[in-house]
Design a protein around this ligand. Structure first.
Ligand code: 13P
Length: 248
């Protein structure tokens, strides 16, 4: 039986004060530890939030990680730096990184490897645009995004990774994939991994992201291949994030 996981992605929102109060609100309402839960906060809020989560089971994550170990890479943050703040997770290949900042399949694969070198669990984000879906390219896009990482890191590396399926057309649009649409792609991803390693496929957590909210989370999470969610907008409010967590 796979353990479920809900991850909040705060994106580029908030102030140090609002980050503190949001983290405290989530910790105060955590309740029972029957699934994993994490928040991916802006880099500059990691030091403070890492102090706040100590002693709770709320885990911490970053929203990206550099594709290089160290050196003259102005503006980048390395996996070694993140590990100093007890980052358990790092998102890699979020669609906003891919579309606005030029993260390629290859650089995403390098980021994935960098995270793992420092015992940070990469959350590999994959997903198609609306245009790609309409042209029946969803699975081809996902194949390419997965293959880039599998080719560099090897399938065994997925024993310490999470995959997040985030259809680009559902992110921040209020247009959630239906339970069945999401399940279809999650099942596809699991089969794709299973063709290379059945044990890893059975174990890997595959999260859904894209306009997940308290009122649609239960249906999504009930699908057999959906192991939790990667939550954007609804993770900026402690109550709605906790409601989603409690829908597991
Ligand atoms: P929304 O939940 O705001 O659609 O964002 C999803 C997302 O991009 C999480 O990484």
């Amino acid at each position: 039986m796979r353990r479920s996981l809900v991850v909040g992605n705060w994106k580029m929102n908030g102030t140090l004060a609002s980050a503190e109060s949001l983290a405290k609100g989530i910790i105060a309402g955590l309740g029972e530890n029957n699934a994993d839960i994490a928040i991916c906060v802006p880099y500059v809020h990691l030091p403070r939030v890492s102090e706040l989560v100590k002693g709770s089971f709320l885990a911490l994550g970053a929203q990206n990680v550099a594709d290089k170990a160290s050196g003259a890479y102005t503006g980048e943050i390395s996996a070694a730096m993140l590990s100093e703040f007890e980052c358990k997770y790092a998102l890699v290949g979020h669609s906003e990184r891919r579309s606005y900042y030029g993260d390629t399949d290859e650089s995403v694969a390098a980021r994935f490897c960098q995270a793992q070198e420092h015992n940070i669990i990469p959350v590999l984000c994959v997903g198609e645009t609306l245009e790609q879906r309409e042209q029946d390219q969803t699975f081809a896009v996902i194949n390419a995004q997965l293959d880039a990482v599998i080719n560099l890191a090897g399938i065994a590396a997925f024993s310490a990774a999470v995959i997040a399926y985030e259809p680009v057309w559902a992110i921040g649009t209020g247009k959630t994939a239906t339970d069945e649409q999401a399940q279809e792609v999650h099942h596809y991803i699991r089969q794709y991994v299973a063709a290379k390693d059945q044990v890893i496929a059975d174990k890997i957590q595959i999260l859904y992201g894209g306009s997940a909210k308290p009122d649609n989370a239960k249906g999504l999470f009930a699908m057999p291949d959906i192991d939790g969610g990667l939550i954007g907008g609804a993770s900026l409010d402690a109550e709605s994030f906790l409601k989603i967590y409690q829908s597991i």
